[in-house]
Design a protein around this ligand. Structure first.
Ligand SMILES: NC(=O)c1ccc[n+]([C@@H]2O[C@H](COP(=O)([O-])OP(=O)(O)OC[C@H]3O[C@@H](n4cnc5c(N)ncnc54)[C@H](OP(=O)(O)O)[C@@H]3O)[C@@H](O)[C@H]2O)c1
Length: 366
C-alpha cells in the first residue's frame, strides 16, 4: 500500500502541554525552550483512506516538527528549515512516497522549495486544494446567507500570499467590488494590475485592514500573522468570514461578542473511507484540513510530484486538484465555527442581519 506523510507542528506551547500533562504547570517560556530542543517525532499512523473511484487504499503518518508558530516566524529561517528537513527525513525512512507540509511549515522561507530540494521524495504545501475549498466554502456560505457575490463588497486579507493571491484572482472573476489587504503595498499594486489586465476589474488595495473590514460583506482571511487581524468591533452586521489561516486570523472574542456575523473555518474536508488519524487535532472523525487532503489526493492518484510549491500558484492548479479530490470522494465538510458545528439557526439569524444590510445599502444608493 502506498504511504504518504504529513507534517504538523504545535500551534503554541499549550498543544504540547495538552499531550504531555506533566508539563502543564511549566511557564510558557520554559515550555517553548523544551519544544525547541525536542527532536522531530513520528506522531501517529493514518489508516483507512479509500478512494471511491477505484477503491485504492493508502496509509500515512503525521510527523511533528517541534517548533511553535511563533518560533517558526521568529527564529532564523535556516534554523526552522533545517528542522523541517530533519522531520522530512523521517518520512523518507518510513517509506512515504510524498510529504505534505502543514500550517507554518509550508509558509516559512520559500514555501517548500528548499525542503523539496533537500529530500528524496516529492513535497507539496497543499495550498492548491486549500484555495479550491476556501472558494467553494465561501461561495456556498454566501448562497446560504442570500448574499449575491456579484453585488457584495468582497475583501481578501493576506492577498499577497500564495493562497490569498489566487483567491483574489478567482474572486475577481465572480464579484463586482473587491478589496485586497496585505502589508506590502507595492506587491498589492502588482497584483491589482494583473487582475485588471486579466479580468477588467479595478480592485481597491489597502494595508489597513480595520477600515476595509468594516465595509465588507464577504471576507476571506488568510494571513501568516501569528496575531489576530479581525476583532469583534471591526465587523459589519451580517458579514461572512472564511478564516483559512492557521493560527486563525479571527479573534476568539468574535465568537463571544458577535452573533450577527458568520465565521466559517476555511479548508475543511471530509476524507473518503473509514479514516482513523489516531490523533485528535480538534475536528470530528473523518475531517481533515485541505492541505492534508491534497497530499492524500496525490497519493491516491499516484501523482508523485511536488504539486504545489512556492508562492506562484495558478488557478489551473487549484481547479485540477479540486477535480481530482471530487473523483476520489473528498468533499467539503459541513460548516464549522470556532470548533463547533454551525447550526441552521445561526445561518437563519445571520441571514436576518445580512438582509437588513442589503436594505440599508439599497437606501444609500437611492
Ligand atoms: N486551512 C488550511 O488547510 C490551510 C492550508 C495551508 C495554509 N493555511 C494557512 O494559511 C495561511 C497563509 O498561508 P500562505 O501559504 O498563503 O502564506 P504566505 O504565502 O506567507 O502568505 C501570507 C500573506 O499574509 C500577509 N500578511 C502577513 N501578516 C499580515 C497582516 N498582519 N495583515 C495583513 N496581511 C498579512 C503577507 O503579505 P504582506 O507581507 O504583504 O503582508 C503574506 O503574503 C497560514 O496561516 C497557513 O497556516 C491553512
Amino acid at each position: 500500500m502506498d504511504r504518504f506523510a504529513f507534517m504538523i507542528h504545535p500551534i503554541d506551547s499549550s498543544d504540547i502541554a495538552r499531550k504531555f500533562s506533566f508539563l502543564k504547570r511549566l511557564p510558557d517560556s520554559i515550555l517553548d525552550k523544551i519544544i525547541y530542543h525536542l527532536p522531530p517525532i513520528k506522531v501517529s499512523e493514518i489508516t483507512g483512506i479509500k478512494s471511491v473511484y477505484d477503491n485504492a487504499e493508502i496509509i500515512g503518518n503525521f510527523l511533528g516538527c517541534t517548533l511553535t508558530s511563533k518560533q517558526m516566524v521568529e527564529l532564523p529561517t535556516d534554523t526552522v528549515i533545517d528542522k523541517i528537513i530533519r522531520t522530512g527525513k523521517i518520512a523518507e525512512k518510513l517509506g512515504a512516497k510524498i510529504l505534505g507540509l502543514g500550517a507554518m511549515t509550508s509558509v516559512v522561507g520559500d514555501a517548500g522549495y528548499t525542503v523539496a530540494q533537500n529530500l528524496n521524495i516529492p513535497v507539496t504545501t497543499g495550498n492548491s486544494y486549500t484555495i479550491a475549498t476556501a472558494m467553494e466554502g465561501t461561495e456556498k456560505a454566501a448562497e446560504m446567507l442570500d448574499i449575491d457575490i456579484k453585488g457584495a463588497e468582497v475583501l481578501i486579507i493576506g492577498a499577497n500570499g500564495s493562497i490569498g493571491s489566487v483567491c483574489a484572482q478567482m474572486m475577481a472573476r465572480k464579484c463586482g467590488y473587491l478589496t485586497l489587504v496585505s502589508r506590502d503595498v507595492k506587491k498589492l499594486e502588482r497584483l491589482s494590475a494583473k487582475i485588471l489586465r486579466e479580468t477588467g476589474l479595478a480592485v481597491k488595495i489597502s494595508n489597513r485592514p480595520e477600515k476595509a473590514i468594516k465595509k465588507a460583506d464577504i471576507i476571506i482571511t488568510v494571513t501568516s500573522s501569528v496575531d489576530c487581524v479581525i476583532n469583534p468591533e471591526d465587523l459589519k452586521p451580517g458579514a461572512l468570514v472564511c478564516d483559512v489561516a492557521r493560527p486563525r486570523d479571527v479573534s476568539k472574542r468574535v465568537a463571544e461578542l458577535r452573533d450577527d456575523v458568520l465565521i466559517i473555518e476555511g479548508g475543511l474536508v471530509e476524507v473518503p473511507g473509514n479514516v482513523d488519524f489516531n490523533l485528535n487535532f480538534g475536528y470530528p472523525p473523518k475531517l481533515a484540513l485541505a492541505c492534508m487532503a491534497e497530499t492524500m489526493i496525490l497519493a491516491l492518484e499516484k501523482n508523485w510530484t511536488s504539486y504545489t510549491l512556492g508562492r506562484e500558484i495558478t488557478i489551473k492548479q487549484a481547479d485540477e486538484i479540486h477535480k481530482l479530490g471530487k473523483k476520489h470522494g473528498f468533499k467539503l465538510a459541513g460548516f464549522r465555527s470556532f470548533e463547533k458545528i454551525v447550526k441552521p439557526e445561526v445561518i437563519e439569524r445571520v441571514r436576518y442581519f445580512t438582509k437588513q444590510n442589503t436594505k440599508k445599502q439599497f437606501k444609500v444608493k437611492v
